[in-house]
Design a protein around this ligand. Sequence first.
Ligand SMILES: Nc1nc2c(ncn2[C@@H]2O[C@H](COP(=O)(O)OP(=O)(O)OP(=O)(O)O)[C@@H](O)[C@H]2O)c(=O)[nH]1
Length: 201
Amino acid sequence: MSGQRVDVKVVMLGKESVGKTSLVERYAHHRFLQGPYQNTIGAAFVAKTMYVGGRNLTLGIWDTAGSERYEAMSRIYYRGAKAAIVCYDLTDSSSFDRVKFWVNELQNFEENCRLYICGNKSDLLENDKSQRQVDFHDVQDYAEEIKAYVCETSSKTGQSVDELFQKVAEDYVNYSSFQGPTEAKGVDLNQKREAYPCCHH
Ligand SMILES: Nc1nc2c(ncn2[C@@H]2O[C@H](COP(=O)(O)OP(=O)(O)OP(=O)(O)O)[C@@H](O)[C@H]2O)c(=O)[nH]1
């Protein structure tokens, strides 16, 4: 098992089918996988190195399963996360209720984790604004209250996806005191391309 340095642990959380895996796919592999929806089982991991603040920084991104039957497992994956991207589907108001659930969890158990609230599938609103079920200003007010960053993305078109992860990295550089790098225990990052799809059935 060869451990790769991971500077920032990032966890993706949110209701099933909001597009967590697709966001990671878009960011890490610049693609959007069409075809039937396949829910994540357990969690998947991908590492991505970027140049920020005059140095290379590796984000270790844990993509958790949104299905409530994996809730206990998701709790394991957010432990020690420096950033949580809590996602919802802009066309599904119930997915925003789930955001509040995860934010409460993180506030109670992971107080050093920065929060990023991400409304995904913005492309669905382009031609039909009536599809929107979550008001942007309501989310902004909520985000202000909990001191979170807020954005609206589309993993399909790529809108604001790179910016989101860039913001995570920049915030880490700007606000976190650098501690020693975390070793990704038990994960062979050389095999990340194989490990990633096999966790997404
Ligand atoms: N139109 C549109 N569809 C999207 C977008 N992102 C994801 N989808 C679709 O939504 C479905 C669910 O996407 P996933 O990325 O698998 O969702 P997930 O949140 O990882 O789901 P779980 O693994 O069950 O937690 C798939 O059919 C995707 O193609 C988006 O930005 N726009």
